[in-house]
Ligand binder design. Structure first.
Ligand code: ZN
Length: 689
């Protein structure tokens, strides 16, 4: 059951009407059972002043494209009510006219465009209005017998409005309905949501909550848990088995949905999802349509339901069924688009956003981790609505024509234009080994800054977690994860790639960077030192590249590997035979993989840095004093020594190396593979030839 989150002390701290509205809106958004992500809107009518200081009646309303849970004062728009209210006299108004008209009513042109549902708020004669999309209310509004159920719950306290797309007409219907029923406390919008109001912000919020609670109580007393969705016909596979299957399945799905544009995947096995996918009626119910018009842009009209029997344990069959299902879905989506399109419409990706698999759970797709999570979050709401609606009667949804009209509605598309433009590595996943170190962490940050999702792999799991946390802090939740990886452990490497597959669907770019170094005259080099260099720089690069190669092949959408070699890959470093030999092995391994990867669109290139001291674990070890000794100088003279040694008389920094790595990983070098790039300030002895 939902409950009131109102805190009088917190509310008292809100000085202005706008602050109170922000507080109330955040509370409503905080519980997704009350209002789904991005949906719903709130308003407050109050007095204010215009640009000339004249006192006016104004209404604060949510700006288009914000989310109630997180929105701040700057995402609300103030409108002059004196200019808005005369619209009540009109009989009709197109969306375009409405948007243009409301733009003239804005108190400040720098405010965001007001919500699509602005007039609904303006036309109601109440100081505070909430419009929400609560699960329990939509359950009633999406049940074939919803109106009769509402009469049982609310008696004559409600107004029912038939389904009409948001805009002028719906707003007027609501206003007229409320004017015609003096006892009205709420409006139920068929196949859509709820409107409530109050004289104060607190009263308005309390009403929203209590109305939803009444519906929840009614449904809860009727739900028969074991009969929900026709009862269970499958059992969830054990968690470990699901995870094992997902690690293989996610790259296959990612490849299939990424043919036009790459997608990021997420996975979800919450109890409500498992109950739904394992149920008898899941297939049929899932294909009826969206539970709320608001969901359509992020879930499409229907999900892909994969009819797989988990008890068969047949993973190869599952892969085939998923591939066939996605191909069929895409074809049907293209037909749906062609049947309904209007001039100028541009088709979204045809791939499913929601994939349901009995015994396993739900896979979501999106242009980013966050976007994929949104489609998952909205499908949780859809399941909750179907749970309520099928308890009360039969679940009904918008027809195909109306679904299309909402999915491609210019006013909905406008919200998508508010998202920041995609960056060079958006929709891509990069795994960086040695990601906590100097070059590694700089590379992780550079990729993240250019839109990539980052898997920070390092033996130093604390350091990796710090880098990932910093990226998530700066660029948003889900943009990076940390995995502990000893590159010489076959098991560690395979677990890390499996983790990447389960988290994002797979990887596009591997940066093989983890390293170490030892220095010793050749005849004093111990077997242990020799083997250490070969195992980390040789075997380690091999193991990580091999697992990444397998995953890239499974996805079938190409891939990219960048090996961080060294000047010593081509130069016989003095007192560093073990290190230099292993570094030479690395770049040759890169060329061998490049030769085999070409037919799969997998490119492999190497960067040859020299003397990157900044932030490097290697240079903080005995390597520094050993190298200084080899040159006959003091350890703190190394920076200067290296600078003077270069042709360009420069020091080389981690960001210089990251720059080269990003170049090789980008489409700017799309016709280059098996290549080496020196980033060393110019060391003639190490010029590749
Ligand atoms: Zn709405």
């Amino acid at each position: 059951m939902i409950r009131s989150l109102w805190d009088r002390d917190q509310a008292a701290k809100c000085e202005s009407a706008l602050d109170q509205l922000v507080y109330r809106s955040n509370l409503i958004g905080a519980d997704r059972r009350v209002c789904n992500w991005g949906g719903g809107n709130t308003s407050t009518k109050t007095k204010g002043t215009d640009f000339r200081g004249r006192e006016i009646e104004l209404m604060w309303i949510k700006g288009s494209g914000s989310d109630l849970a997180t929105m701040k004062a700057g995402q609300f728009t103030a409108l002059r009510l004196d200019d808005v209210l005369p619209l009540m006299e009109r009989d009709e108004m197109s969306d375009e006219e409405m948007v243009a008209y409301l733009a003239h009513c804005m108190v400040d042109s720098k405010h965001p465009r007001p919500s699509i549902e602005t007039l609904l708020h303006a036309f109601l004669p109440f100081a505070h209005v909430d419009h929400t999309h609560p699960d329990a209310i939509i359950s009633i509004c999406c049940a074939d017998n919803g109106r009769a159920v509402a009469e049982e719950i609310y008696g004559d306290r409600f107004v029912w409005v038939p389904y009409v797309r948001p805009g002028f007409t719906l707003s007027k219907l609501i206003a007229q309905g409320v004017a015609g029923n003096p006892k009205a406390e709420l409006v139920l919008m068929e196949k859509h949501g709820l409107v409530t109001w109050g004289d104060t912000a607190e009263e308005c919020y309390a009403k929203t909550i209590s109305i939803i609670q009444e519906a929840e109580g009614y449904i809860a007393s009727r739900v028969q848990e074991d009969q929900l969705f026709g009862g269970p016909i499958h059992e969830s596979l054990p968690k470990a088995e699901r995870e094992h299957i997902l690690a293989q399945l996610m790259p296959v799905i990612r490849g299939a949905v990424s043919r036009e544009k790459r997608m990021i995947l997420t996975f979800d096995d919450e109890p409500d999802v498992m109950q739904f996918v394992n149920s008898k009626q899941a297939k049929e119910l899932s294909q009826i349509g969206a539970a709320c018009p608001d969901h359509l842009v992020h879930t499409k009209m229907v999900p892909l339901f994969v009819e797989w029997d988990p008890q068969s344990r047949d993973v190869e069959l599952l892969k085939q069924q998923v591939l066939d299902g996605i191909a069929r879905f895409q074809e049907e989506y293209r037909q749906y688009f062609e049947r309904n399109r209007s001039e100028g419409d541009r088709m979204f990706e045809a791939a499913p956003r929601v994939i349901l698999i009995p015994g396993i759970g739900m896979v979501n797709t999106g242009k980013s981790w966050a976007n994929s999570k949104v489609s998952g979050a909205l499908y949780h709401r859809a399941i909750a609505v179907m749970r309520g609606a099928t308890t009360l009667g039969s679940f009904v949804s918008l027809d195909e024509r109306e679904s299309y009209q909402v999915e491609y509605w210019p006013l909905e598309l406008y919200k998508l234009t508010l998202a920041p433009p995609e960056a060079e590595f958006s929709r891509q996943v990069v795994l960086v080994t040695g990601g906590a170190g100097g070059i590694g962490s700089e590379t992780c940050r550079s990729f993240a800054a250019q839109g990539a999702h980052v898997v920070v792999a390092d033996l130093n799991s604390e350091g990796a977690a710090e880098v990932a946390a910093q990226i998530n802090e700066q660029y948003g939740e889900g943009r990076a994860i940390a995995v502990k990886m000893n590159v010489t452990s076959e098991e560690d490497v395979s677990l890390a790639l499996a983790e990447a597959a389960r988290t994002y669907g797979g990887i596009d770019i591997l940066v093989n960077n983890a390293g170490l170094a030892t220095s010793r005259p050749f005849d004093e080099t111990t077997l242990q030192e020799w083997e250490l260099n070969l195992s980390v720089l040789g075997t380690g690069y091999f193991l990580v590249a091999r697992e990444a190669f397998k995953q890239m092949k499974a996805q079938g959408i190409g891939g990219n590997m960048v090996f961080v070699g060294s000047k010593n890959s081509v130069y016989a470093g003095k007192n560093a035979a073990a290190y230099s030999s292993a570094k030479a092995l690395e770049v040759h391994l890169a060329r061998c993989i490049a030769a085999e990867g070409g037919e799969y669109g997998i490119r492999v290139n190497s960067i040859l840095p020299d003397a990157i001291l900044q932030g490097s674990a290697i240079w903080n070890s005995s390597w520094r004093s050993e190298r200084a000794a080899a040159y006959g100088i003091e350890p703190d003279q190394l920076e200067e020594y290296y600078r003077k040694r270069t042709t360009l008389l420069v020091n080389v920094y981690p960001k210089d190396i990251a720059e080269g790595i990003l170049f090789f990983a980008s489409s700017r070098s799309e016709k280059t593979t098996g290549c080496m790039l020196t980033i060393d300030g110019g060391v003639p002895a190490a010029f590749p030839r």
